[in-house]
Design a protein around this ligand. Structure first.
Ligand code: ACM
Ligand code: ZN
Length: 689
């Protein structure tokens, strides 16, 4: 009897999940989904499709459908067609061009939208639903009975790709764009140029690609270590490439058919080492390979930038043009007579205002040609035209400030940096060094709490950024992109109250299988290990709650979440050292003394240290542990020398300390700085047992 009740309950649960549509897999998750049991399955395996779209839209959508996995044959009559894609004004509250409605009945599927984009997304939804209620592997086509009303929460749902640090070709880009369309993403931010190579043919400035699109080293790091010089395409072992204007038009058109607009980035006035290698006279010193900043005091810099942008405007029809603006070392302008002269003439108060003067000029130039300027958040420093859009990358706070100042904003803080590893930092392929598991990306809300409704309306959306300093191959890039880009897509599309980590996670597991079958090298989410084991829960030990005394204070840049108490708060550090569990000591020893209040038996005094060469964080050059009963007479318990390996590129965590038996009231752990100037020591907890 009990068993029967249990069975009944389970059956009811399954039915009600089906009724809510929760058994149907869809990323991003829709606004409204009401499913019923049963399905539509085309007789003889093939169904007819009708659309009332006209002209180019009609031809392009039908071409897309014909090339898709659904077996559909286009017909000219609406009556009797199984799948109908209909332009319709929906109801007045549902007029977003990307919104759509899908109703699947035992007779077929009706899709409605007020724009071709909505119909395209309705069709993506059919592709997602196809076969979900037939046993996997049968290859049978079917659509579950369901009603879906859907519209995006935010308008900018983007993928950013750096093709400068390593070159990624046309076919790679097209392959990813196809998958972006599946996730209803609509912006491709193409980081075309940077210090490591100019990858866009510019007819006015042929030297850009003639002399900086190739280098004698394949890997960016090797190249940088060897001096970072470019070579010609014909040199032996030359690595690199660039996109001809014809290639660009092909990509832009390919993306357009997927309803993705391409936002080109020309990163100036910093990140311009390649420009200066080709045209040294555009720099403050007139010499190549000295710095990465264009000279803003020289009129020909403006001529150069607008010359390039003239061709960009011709190639890229989208209104947004990204002009970079990040990470310029402005100190070069402070030393340049031409830049100083211009600042005096224009009454500019500092080098921030100099960059801002330049950005305004470019912004005016773009505006007069009907385009919109977008740039990294540094463009706000020194003042910015309210028409400009800010891409917030240094943290959410820059996006908040920009929205409060009335700028449109695209959010892309570190949780959206897909060059961070998504699992065990000590074994994952190398990236920029941080730890961003799928959950962290999923939990990022692009619309920060605390903005007023009017301010929040300035948040256009978000994007996932792929920077390729340490990503050299298509396989590695795909591994970093998938499945985290699914979280970016859902954050941009799905209303917060419709999001659910548990549901998304199970869908993402299935999506990884789909990606693998489709030939994408997605990260294997099912084998995810998670954060540092030590960081998964609090740790109990004798020093918890006892205030440590520091011989040298921790750096104010990494003060720890609990200040000085951070090393005895029972919280171990995650892979991310910026989250407040780690203390950082810059060019100093880390020497910590703890008073346990009374003499007790002690068996262990230890601490973990981190090494991350890319951040100049090194293991210590030895650790001494000592103990005392009265605070005056000290006994050295252990003295462990260590030689940090400064050439080790991997991220490491290593435990140092002492184990044994002693009676002590005071314990001291003294870790010696690595000896490399400007280096850091990082530790998360002094454990006393
Ligand atoms: C950036 O990551 N430098 C925008
Ligand atoms: Zn200058």
């Amino acid at each position: 009897m009990k068993r029967f009740v249990l069975f009944l309950l389970l059956a009811l649960a399954v039915v009600s999940l089906a009724a809510q549509g929760q058994d149907l897999r869809l990323i991003p998750y829709p606004c409204y989904m009401q499913a019923e049991e049963g399905m539509y399955a085309p007789e003889g395996g093939v169904a007819t499709v009708f659309t009332n779209l006209r002209g180019t839209d009609r031809g392009e959508l039908l071409d897309y459908i014909a090339a898709s996995s659904l077996p559909l044959r286009a017909v000219r009559r609406q009556e009797g067609a199984h799948v109908r894609l209909l332009l319709d004004n929906l109801d007045p509250s549902f007029t977003h061009p990307e919104a759509y409605r899908v109703e699947i009945t035992p007779q077929g599927a009706d899709c409605y939208a007020c724009d071709v984009r909505g119909l395209f997304y309705a069709f993506q939804t059919l592709l997602w639903l196809d076969g979900q209620r037939v046993p996997a592997g049968t290859g049978r086509h079917s659509l579950p009975l369901v009603k879906i009303y859907d519209a995006p929460r935010l308008e900018w749902r983007g993928w950013h790709m750096d093709v400068s640090r390593h070159y990624f070709d046309k076919e790679f880009l097209k392959k990813q764009l196809r998958m972006m369309a599946r996730y209803k993403m609509n912006r491709f931010h193409w980081h075309l140029v940077d210090d490591a190579g100019w990858r866009l043919e510019v007819k006015r400035y042929p030297e850009l690609t003639d002399s900086t699109a190739f280098r004698p080293w394949r890997l960016w790091e090797d190249w940088g270590r060897a001096g970072g010089r470019f070579c010609s395409a014909r040199s032996k072992g030359a690595y690199g490439g660039y996109f001809t204007q014809r290639d660009v038009r092909e990509i832009v058109e390919y993306a357009r058919r997927l309803h993705i607009t391409v936002v080109p980035e020309i990163d100036v006035p910093g990140h311009s080492r390649a420009v200066l290698a080709a045209y040294p006279s555009l720099g403050c010193t007139g010499k190549a390979y000295e710095n990465s900043e264009l000279c803003l005091g020289a009129e020909k810099t403006f001529e150069f930038v607008t010359g390039v942008l003239s061709e960009i405007i011709d190639l890229f029809p989208d209104e947004y043009i990204h002009i970079g603006g990040d990470e310029a070392d402005r100190s070069h302008w402070a030393r340049c007579p031409r830049c100083q002269d211009l600042m005096r003439r224009e009454g500019l108060q500092g080098v921030e205002e100099l960059q801002s003067w330049f950005t305004r000029r470019v912004e005016d130039w773009l505006t007069s040609r009907g385009r919109k300027l977008i740039g990294w958040d540094e463009i706000m420093e020194g003042g910015l035209s309210s028409r400009a859009t800010v891409m917030a990358w240094r943290g959410e706070k820059w996006g908040v400030q920009a929205a409060r100042e009335g700028h449109d904003v695209v959010m892309t803080p570190w949780q959206c940096y897909l060059d961070n590893a998504q699992d065990d930092l000590t074994t994952e392929p190398r990236g920029v060094g941080g730890y961003v598991p799928l959950r962290l990306t999923y939990d990022f809300d692009p619309v920060p709490a605390g903005l007023s409704e009017a301010e929040a309306a300035h948040i256009l959306g978000l994007q996932g950024n792929v920077w390729t300093e340490r990503i050299a191959t298509p396989q590695h890039a795909e591994y970093m992109i998938y499945p985290r880009i699914c979280a970016i897509a859902e954050n941009g599309w799905t209303l917060p109250e419709r999001k659910s980590w548990e549901r998304f996670y199970t869908f993402a597991l299935d999506e990884v299988d789909h990606l693998h079958q489709a030939g994408y090298n997605a990260f294997n989410l099912a084998a995810e290990k998670g954060d540092r084991e030590e960081a998964q829960g609090p740790v109990e030990h004798l020093a918890v709650g006892h205030s440590p005394v520091y011989t040298h204070p921790a750096s104010a840049k990494y003060p720890g979440r609990h200040g000085e108490a951070t090393l005895t708060d029972g919280e171990r550090g995650s892979y991310n050292y910026q989250q407040g569990q780690w203390l950082g000591f810059e060019d100093e020893d880390c020497e910590v003394t703890i008073d346990l209040d009374s003499v007790v038996t002690v068996h262990e005094v230890s601490a973990d240290f981190m090494q991350r060469a890319d951040q100049w964080i090194w293991l210590p050059a030895g650790v001494v542990v000592s103990a005392s009963q009265d605070g005056t007479q000290w006994t050295v318990l252990s003295n462990e020398p260590w030689e940090p390996d400064f050439d080790d590129p991997m991220i490491r965590f290593q435990r140092f300390g002492w184990q044994g038996t002693t009676e002590a009231r005071f314990v001291r752990l003294s870790a010696k700085a690595s000896g490399r100037r400007g280096g850091w020591l990082f530790t998360d907890e002094i454990i006393v047992r």
